[in-house]
Design a protein around this ligand. Sequence first.
Ligand code: ATR
Length: 287
Amino acid sequence: MISAETRLCCVIGDPIKHTLSPLMHNAAFEYLGLEFIYVAFRVKADMLKKAVDGMRAFNIKGMNVTIPHKVRVMEYLDVIDEVAREIGAVNTIVNDDGVLKGFNTDGEGALKALKEGGGDPKEKKIVILGAGGAARAVSYFIAREGPSDMVIINRTVEKAVRLARCISEKIGLEVRAKRLTVQNLKDELEDAEILINCTSVGMTPNINETLVPKGLLRGDMIVMDIVYNPVETRLLREAKERGCLTIDGVGMLVYQGAIAFEMWTGVRAPVDVMREVIIKALRGRRL
Ligand code: ATR
């Protein structure tokens, strides 16, 4: 029931029509009987400031921010959480009595999903594939857990070097960077304990793509993919076939949403309900 008391949350991005966030949050609001609704707005780049002003004008309680606005939106907020500032991107805004505060829940969401899946990064050797926005948030959070070794491998090696240097400076942990080649993967995966794909490789419609030759995956390795569509990427399928413990991208999607949900409502998020609607929706989608 929508009434005069209903609070509004939303996601802004462009494109936005494939987002699963409305489904996930509305299922959670409904399950808990909270008077909230969540909608998606396609916001073009030149309308970003107006969209944030609209959040103030309409007293919208919460906003998620996705591609391409995660970095630029920071200019229009009143307060930026330290973690979001260090990552350099905001994906969640909380309207706290007219004060707009920006956070980044992607990295924490990924870390929760990893730990829940049985992978504690502490004192482990971690290999991160990718050096874009997602890799940035994920590697920052993992680095804070104190891995024994961490290497960022990316097609554009300069981006990996920049990210590794940035994390090393912020966290005080020496992070290495390498170019994406089969030989480098071979060298690094030989003794890696956790591998995380933070690139978009393997995502629908390119479901037959993977960056890692199957033979390089060892059965005692944990393999996580942040791609959630399809739920089982080729990387995860092959990792499973090799005997690895695998963690799919749905966990990160759900947890980054659950952390935002808790900030907006002050109520513990029903993560199982959220996960269930996401999986159902992904199964129903044509790949
Ligand atoms: P996001 O915010 O989702 O991380 P992004 O910032 O565009 O998106 O980063 C995408 C990542 O996937 C990058 O690390 C990119 O590698 P480059 O930095 O070399 O562009 C990686 N990526 C995308 N397609 C790839 C491909 N076909 N092969 C290897 N890496 C790829």
